[in-house]
Design a binder for this molecule. Structure first.
Ligand code: ADP
Ligand SMILES: N[C@@H](CCOP(=O)(O)O)C(=O)O
Length: 293
């Protein structure tokens, strides 16, 4: 049996819609695989009651198919589905690493990115790779149509998840088809700033690069209390705040010294609008890890 711990991820970071992603230190999914003549899936853990065990409907089934690697796959969910932390991607990335090793396919982590993204196509309608890439490679990743670029970083973050859910498929419906040139210019400037901040491991520069006027306002409108939570996090010392992935999670970047205060401010702000939430005080972290038992 092989076991993989695959981290949650936060995609977009505001200015990098469908392009940027970071691996998070916590939470994570644990995926266990054993060879079998046909694929079976069992799911336990956070939100498992909402996750199909049918291989045709679970992201790991698509990965097993793509690698031609049938297996008994057990998923222990640590990443809550539809919260904006790449839950379906964590399982897919974990399965890709585990099955690649189980069947000695010899693919590199970069080569596993499009394979794991097949799982995302199954659940969100598009094979966006901005969650699977950081889960497979760790740190901060930039995915384009043909390439993935990765840089290690250890920026402190708070990921605050309200009790509500937003499906990525639904949240993709509100993404505008077109953008004005001024907004595009601003967003390119912010995205470039953010990438430099990650390379320098500097939360202040990363925070300056998170603004986006194209996709984020549409997504934020789907999250009750978003403006209040964002303002509270900034007031408590966050250097940048945005929607995590497709939401409803909210991601704040900060210095280590203000992380606790930022988490507490975000929890209080959701609470003030009558919404329970949970905050992970974590950091940009490592890639999926393989354990042989
Ligand atoms: N292994 C899996 N883990 C999580 N969700 C899965 C998995 N396989 C299929 N799904 C489905 O994917 C949807 C969640 O995906 P999505 O809306 O993209 O949110 P997330 O960002 O949490 O992945 C749910 O409908 C869930 O049932
Ligand atoms: N780029 C995608 C990212 C979705 O992330 P998730 O964690 O919410 O699945 C998008 O914004 O649609």
């Amino acid at each position: 049996m092989l076991t993989v711990r695959a981290p949650a991820t936060s995609a977009n970071l505001g200015s990098g819609f469908d392009v940027f992603g970071v691996a998070l230190g916590a939470p994570a999914d644990v995926v266990r695989v054993e060879r079998a003549s046909e694929t079976t899936i069992s799911v336990t853990g956070v939100g498992s009651q909402y996750i199909p065990e049918d291989p045709e409907k679970n992201t790991v089934g698509a990965v097993a198919d793509a690698l031609d690697a049938p297996a008994h796959i057990r998923i222990d969910k640590g990443v809550r589905p539809s919260s904006g932390l790449g839950s379906s991607a964590a399982s897919a990335a974990g399965a890709a690493v585990a099955l690649n090793a189980l069947y000695d396919r010899g693919l590199s982590r970069e080569e596993l990115v499009p394979i794991a993204a097949e799982g995302e196509a199954l659940v969100s309608g598009e094979a966006h790779a901005d969650n699977v890439a950081p889960s497979l490679l760790g740190g901060f990743t930039i995915v384009t149509r043909d390439d993935v670029t990765q840089v290690d970083a250890s920026i402190p973050v708070v990921a605050c998840l309200p009790e509500t859910t937003v499906s990525t498929r639904d949240a993709r419906e509100v993404v505008p088809d077109r953008a004005g040139i001024e907004d595009v210019v601003d967003t390119v400037g912010h995205a470039a700033t953010l990438a430099v901040g990650m390379a320098k491991n500097d939360p202040a520069i990363v925070g300056r690069g998170m603004d986006d006027e194209i996709v984020t306002p549409e997504r934020a409108a789907l999250i009750d209390g978003y403006d209040r939570v964002r303002d509270a996090a900034l007031e408590a010392g966050a250097t940048g705040v945005t929607v995590s992935g497709a939401g409803p999670g909210v991601l704040a970047v900060c210095r280590r010294s203000s992380r606790r205060a930022v988490a507490s401010a975000m929890l209080d702000a959701f609470d003030a609008v009558g919404i329970e939430s949970r905050a992970y005080q974590t950091h940009v972290g490592e890639s999926a890890r393989l354990y042989r038992e």
